[in-house]
Design a protein around this ligand. Sequence first.
Ligand code: THU
Length: 139
Amino acid sequence: MAVTNVQEPALQHLLEHARQAAQNSYSPYSHFRVGAALKLNSGEVVTGANVENVSYGLTICAERSALVRAVALFGPDIRIQAVAVANLNDAPSPPCGACRQVLAEFIEPEAPVLFSAADGLRCMPFSDLLPLAFDMKLK
Ligand code: THU
């Protein structure tokens, strides 16, 4: 799914999954409720939500929560074809740097990533979000 038009029905559908997932956010410290939805090469959609911890640095972002769920459910060969991130706070929430690096391991470079930015919904290919991702080329 190499489309980067935010109006694309498949992306809007994925965004709705992300919004639903944000309802399950555990965020008693920031009150920032985030959901992520990953479309896999198999066609499956896997969602995640941010899970905070009283030891703040142990918090898991919605994107990584979705990713580890996807691998746990479907195995290490998954490939991510599209990502949507939503928050219930009506705020910008592009994926953080740590999530970009973790996603890089399993995502197609041209996969569209949909998220809200300061100027509204945005969609861009993953490779534009994280050019030059660290990779040891061991695979
Ligand atoms: N958060 C995410 O879930 N995804 C991101 O890409 C950035 C931040 C969460 C972590 C924390 O629970 C809350 O948003 C505020 O930083």
